[in-house]
Design a protein. Structure first.
Length: 296
């Protein structure tokens, strides 16, 4: 017998929520109605889809297999619906954008008001995450990443190259002194990114500047957030290398060793092939390019 779409929709909600009660709240159904639908689906397939236990539900192996397919199907349906309902004349609908927490919070978020003034029928969901969300599985529509996409089936557009600034608070440098060359950093307190999922390759280049490779300086503090590193620098804790896209956020800090050679930071606009003809995607891409060129 063919699978029932309504039962699959209920199954997907239960699999994502982990309980009949939470799935019922999402679907506006009673717990008993949700339970009946799952039981009917299990009877139709003649396999158990969930292990029931006191703390909730866990997918069985057949349940995991079904949920992978169902998640992909519903993701593609959602994308198709969004493309079909998007106006031919003007961009409309929700655009899910993912970016690193540093770039998204300090550069992108303050500019969204200008984008939404230009395109009032578009609504933006901004997902800040230093790991790569899966665009193929529709965790987001588009991504701004600080590295080329690792998935071969994604479309990419190079947006910009950024530099780094070694920054320190005037109060810190007054007491610790201004370094004159890279080797002088040995005598300074450094704030670097921790080991947890760095969003950018070579993000901790400052710890090895002026030293032989493989012998980095120890940091006084490790932080897994560029914004957190910035706040630590502003407090007078020490020195950190911060991307120059942070712009006005760096005002009030002194630029240390400006002549020191640093790696470049390349930003890419990335989206799946299916979104190639989306007006929301194309106008957002063009907006980013204009803003980064200083013409927006």
């Amino acid at each position: 017998m063919p699978l029932d779409w309504d039962k699959l929709r209920v199954f997907h909600a239960v699999a994502e929520a982990g309980s009949f009660t939470h799935a019922g709240e999402t679907l506006n159904l009673s717990q008993s109605a949700v339970s009946r639908q799952i039981q009917a689906l299990e009877e139709a397939l003649q396999v158990p889809l969930f292990h029931r236990h006191a703390r909730g539900l866990i997918l069985t192996e057949p349940g995991e297999t079904l949920n992978r397919t169902v998640r992909e199907v519903f993701a593609k349906l959602a994308m198709t619906e969004a493309l079909l309902t998007e106006s031919r004349e003007r961009p409309a609908g929700r655009l899910k954008v993912t970016s690193t927490t540093g770039f998204g919070s300090t550069w992108l978020a303050p500019r969204l008001s200008r984008f939404l003034q230009l395109y009032p029928d578009v609504s933006v969901t901004l997902l800040l995450d230093d790991s790569d969300l899966d665009l193929a599985m529709r965790e987001a529509d588009v991504a701004i990443r600080m590295h080329p996409p690792r998935q071969p089936d994604l479309i990419q557009r190079h947006l910009a190259s950024f530099g780094w600034r070694i920054c320190g608070a005037p109060s810190y440098l007054k007491s610790a002194g201004m370094p004159q060359r890279a080797e002088d950093l040995d005598a300074h307190r450094l704030i670097i990114w921790g080991e947890h999922r760095p969003p950018v390759d070579e993000i901790n280049w400052l710890s090895e500047a002026g030293r032989r490779p493989g012998a980095p300086r120890r940091a006084v503090v490790e932080v897994n957030s560029l914004t957190g590193m910035l706040k630590a620098v502003q407090s007078g804790l020490g020195l950190a290398a911060l991307p120059d896209y942070m712009g006005e956020e760096l005002d009030g800090l002194l630029h240390v060793l400006p002549e020191l050679k640093a790696p470049r930071l390349d930003a890419y606009f990335v989206y799946p092939e299916e979104m190639r003809h989306s007006k929301r995607v194309s106008v957002f891409r063009d907006f980013l390019i204009a803003e980064l060129a200083g013409t927006g």
